[in-house]
Design a protein around this ligand. Structure first.
Ligand code: DP6
Length: 361
């Protein structure tokens, strides 16, 4: 049994009331998770940097559920009702009730907000589901005294976050996380992520990550539909093998502080992700014309300055520009003078690698 027997997590006497709240960041994948099976299990292992400025804040006020309660939970996003989000959260709560059976005895008043604009095209599922999972684990801790130890707490939070969104499993950890079983990574698992900060050179602990907002249009393919495109993809097996190989090389380069090697590996990963989409049936193009323009400009910038400034891209058109803090002023000037004009109304988010979730009042 991986966690405490869930049958014990029910209130036998008085049902308490209380509140749990977490701020949890988004993360940026360096080796990409693309392709899943079973209950949110990844087809290949992935590694990410945890972000700092792009986060969700979620609180859950809980109390005994009464016969008068029409609904088992209430949900407000930015203090407003969002039926589409509420729907997804309702399904999620049902799913995790087998892990936290006390959910059935409570009424949950859930409120959430993001630090980044809703329309910015940033995937919020990683920060949102990690924050929610952390709150549920907090309720378990407050009511049953379990999960006292930090490692156990994070393991369960990562497991539960994964059920909401695969990439959310990685947001639970300081600096960097690895999710997905890899034969040469002994503690790795498909069911939860592990923190790998202690294996990462200091230069990356505060690495810069500028998110260049190229297009805010809602995604033309949801992540779940995207993952499905890998199911009978002709290149699927090759891609999964590549991800495994890239992961080992990346972990080594991260350890050595080799910014050039890390940079070239993350660019290859981003391009392979999009190559997979373009070679799917039906094919999907999520890169925008300005994404390609910005890629070219980054390549030119590197050629002329010899600075280790590289990019990665998730399932959308936005570019994450990764750079060592010592080159921050050059990178900011590059964005202001050159790249900004290819961003949506010049907008970008000044983010960096961060320390992971924190509990809030
Ligand atoms: C391209 O975690 O959003 O960002 O598990 O279906 O919620 P679901 O998918 P999601 O997929 C993320 C895909 C990616 C790569 C990554 O973050 O590893």
């Amino acid at each position: 049994m991986m966690f405490k027997d869930s049958a014990e997590l029910v209130f036998k006497e008085k049902i308490p009331k209380g509140r749990a709240a977490w701020r949890s960041p988004s993360n940026i994948a360096l080796v990409k998770y693309w392709g899943k099976h079973g209950v949110q299990l990844p087809r290949n292992p992935s590694v990410s940097f945890t972000l700092s400025e792009s986060y969700s804040e979620t609180s859950i006020a809980y109390r005994p559920r009464s016969a008068d309660d029409k609904d088992s939970f209430a949900f407000l996003f930015d203090a407003k009702e969002e039926p589409a989000f509420a729907d997804r959260i309702g399904k999620y709560l049902q799913e995790v009730t087998s892990i936290f059976p006390f959910i059935d005895q409570l009424h949950l008043d859930i409120r959430s907000r993001n630090s980044f604009p809703h329309s910015s095209g940033i995937a919020s599922s990683a920060s949102a589901f990690s924050a929610l999972a952390l709150c549920l684990c907090s309720i378990e801790y407050q009511c049953f005294g379990t999960l006292e130890e930090d490692t156990a707490y994070r393991k369960k939070a990562s497991y539960v976050a994964r059920l909401g969104s695969g990439s959310a499993s990685r947001s639970i950890f300081d600096t960097a996380a690895l999710w997905g079983q890899h034969g040469e990574e002994s503690a790795s698992s498909d069911e939860f992520a592990i923190g790998v900060k202690d294996r990462i050179h200091e230069v990356f602990h505060s690495y810069g990550n500028a998110i260049l907002l190229v297009d805010s249009g809602s995604k033309s393919v949801s992540s779940s539909a995207g993952h499905r495109l890998m199911e009978d993809h002709v290149y699927a097996q090759v891609r999964y093998a590549e991800a495994r190989k890239n992961l080992l090389q990346l972990m080594q380069a991260l350890q050595q502080g080799d910014t050039e090697r890390v940079g070239s590996l993350i660019e290859v990963e981003a391009m392979q992700l999009h190559a997979m989409m373009m070679a799917s049936r039906p094919y999907v193009i999520l890169l925008a014309p300005n994404t390609l323009k910005i890629i070219q400009l980054i390549q030119e910038f590197r050629r002329s300055t010899h600075l280790p400034v590289f990019f990665t891209i998730d399932a959308g058109p936005n570019i994450h520009l990764l750079y060592p803090q010592e080159h921050r002023s050059d990178v900011l000037a590059f964005i202001e003078d050159v790249l900004g004009q290819y961003c949506l109304r010049g907008s970008w988010i000044d983010d960096r690698v961060g320390n992971g979730p924190i509990q809030i009042d």
